[in-house]
Design a protein around this ligand. Structure first.
Ligand SMILES: *Cc1c(COP(=O)(O)O)cnc(C)c1O
Length: 374
C-alpha cells in the first residue's frame, strides 16, 4: 500500500457556500477593484483582529515590502537577514538598495541584534528584520539600535499573522510591518498582503503609492505601483478571517504532538514556545544534527519523500548564496556561520489545520525510526 501524500501545508479555505452570496453581491455591485466595499470591510476587520490601527491591503506580500521602502524613502544600505524567503532581500534590490546581511540567533532564527551595530556604515538607513516562523524578533533591542543610529525599521511579518507578545501585536513595533496572505500562509486571501503603519498620514501616502501615486483624479504625487487587492479576494479574506482562530488552535495542537513525539529523538531539536507570546504555529521546523542523528538533513528529507511526506527546507539555500547577492562582502559564509549551519540542518514538517493525528504519528515514526536504527 502506498501511504497518502502529505504536503508541508494545505490552504485554509472558507466554506464555499458562504462565498457564493458574497460573489453574487459583487456581481450586483459591479465594482471589482479600487477600494471597493469588501476591500474597505476587510481592511477594517484586519485592523481590529490584528490590533494594528493602520492597515493597507495589497495584492501580495512582496509589494508591501517594496512600497514600505518607497514610502519611507529608504536608500543606501539596509541591514537584513539571509535566513528568510527571497522576497525580503529582493524588495531591497528592486529599490536599488544594497542589502547587508547579518547573522542570526540560533535560538530564534531571527537576526542577531548583537551583530547589527558592527554592520552599520554611514550609508545605512534602515533595518529589515523578519519574524521568522512567526517567532518575534528582539524588538526592544532593535529599536534601541535604530534610535541610537537614526535608522528606520521595517519588519517583514509575513509569518507573524496574529502573533502577540505580552498582549501586544508584533505589528505595533517598528516604523512599518508587512504581511503576506499567500495561500501557504496561516491566513490567506489566495494571494494578498498588507502594509501596517503607525499613523493616518502615512497610510494615506501608502494608499497613493499602491494606486500608481494617484492622490486625486488628475494628481499623481509619486511614482506609485499597482498593488491593489480586488473585491473577490477581499470577500474571500473576510470569510477566511472567521476561521483563522480555529486554525491557529489546531496548529498549536499539532505542534504539541510533534514536540511530544520528537522529544527523545537523539539529534533532532525543535523550537519551544516563548513565554508571553501568542504563537501562530505557522511552521514547524526541526533541526537535524547529522552526527547525533546518524543521517544528514538531506538524506532524511529525501527519505521522507520516498514515504510520501513532503516537508520543505525553509530556509535553504540562504538568500545570500543566490547569484544576485553572493558577490556582496556581507554574503560570505564566514560572515554568516549560524545561518549557514541552520540552513543546512532545517526541515519544516507538514503543518496545517486539518492535518490528522494518524498522519502526525506516521511522520514522527519515520523520523524516530531512523534514530533507533543506529
Ligand atoms: C511569503 C513571504 C513573503 C512574500 O509574500 P508573497 O505574498 O508570496 O508575495 C515575504 N517574506 C516572507 C518572509 C515570506 O515568507
Amino acid at each position: 500500500m502506498i501511504d497518502k501524500q502529505i504536503t508541508v501545508t494545505s490552504p485554509l479555505l472558507p466554506d464555499i457556500q458562504d462565498f457564493i452570496p458574497y460573489l453574487e453581491d459583487i456581481w450586483q455591485r459591479k465594482w471589482l477593484t479600487n477600494n471597493g466595499h469588501y476591500h474597505q470591510k476587510l481592511e477594517n476587520a484586519l485592523a481590529e483582529y490584528l490590533k494594528a490601527p493602520f492597515v493597507s491591503l495589497f495584492t501580495n506580500g512582496t509589494l508591501p515590502l517594496i512600497t514600505a521602502l518607497q514610502a519611507l524613502r529608504i536608500t543606501g544600505e539596509v541591514i537584513t537577514t539571509p535566513y528568510s524567503f527571497v522576497a525580503t532581500t529582493h524588495s531591497l534590490w528592486w529599490n536599488g538598495i544594497k542589502p547587508v546581511f547579518v547573522d542570526i540567533d540560533p535560538k530564534t532564527c531571527n537576526i542577531d541584534p548583537e551583530k547589527i551595530e558592527a554592520a552599520i556604515t554611514p550609508k545605512t538607513t534602515a533595518i529589515m528584520p523578519v519574524h521568522c516562523y512567526g517567532q518575534p524578533c528582539d524588538m526592544l533591542k532593535i529599536k534601541e539600535i535604530a534610535d541610537t543610529y537614526g535608522l528606520k525599521v521595517i519588519y517583514d511579518a509575513a509569518h507573524a499573522f496574529g502573533v502577540e507578545i505580552d498582549g501586544k501585536s508584533v505589528l505595533e513595533f517598528g516604523d512599518m510591518s508587512t504581511l503576506s496572505f499567500h495561500a501557504t500562509k496561516v491566513y490567506n486571501t489566495v494571494e494578498g498582503g498588507a502594509l501596517v503603519c503607525r499613523d493616518a498620514e502615512t497610510k494615506k501616502r501608502i494608499d497613493y503609492l499602491k494606486n500608481f501615486g494617484f492622490a486625486g483624479e488628475t494628481t499623481v504625487v509619486a511614482p506609485g505601483i499597482n498593488g491593489k487587492m480586488d473585491e473577490i479576494r477581499s470577500a474571500y479574506g473576510l470569510l477566511s478571517l472567521k476561521k483563522v482562530d480555529g486554525a491557529i488552535l489546531s496548529r498549536k495542537k499539532i505542534a504539541e504532538l510533534y514536540r511530544k513525539g520528537l522529544k527523545d529523538v537523539e539529534g533532532i531539536s525543535v523550537m519551544p514556545d516563548t513565554e508571553g507570546v501568542r504563537h501562530n504555529y505557522s511552521y514547524f521546523p526541526i533541526f537535524v544534527d547529522a552526527e547525533k542523528y546518524g543521517m544528514s538533513r538531506d538524506d532524511l528529507y529525501f527519505k521522507m519523500q520516498t514515504k510520501n511526506i513532503f516537508g520543505r527546507r525553509y530556509f535553504y539555500p540562504l538568500i545570500s548564496t543566490f547569484s544576485t547577492y553572493r558577490g556582496l562582502e556581507s554574503a560570505k559564509p564566514e560572515n554568516l556561520p549560524v545561518a549557514t549551519r541552520i540552513a543546512n540542518s532545517v526541515i519544516c514538517l507538514p503543518m496545517y489545520a486539518g492535518l490528522e493525528n494518524d498522519d502526525i504519528e506516521r511522520i514522527i515514526e519515520i523520523i524516530a525510526n531512523q534514530a533507533n536504527r543506529v
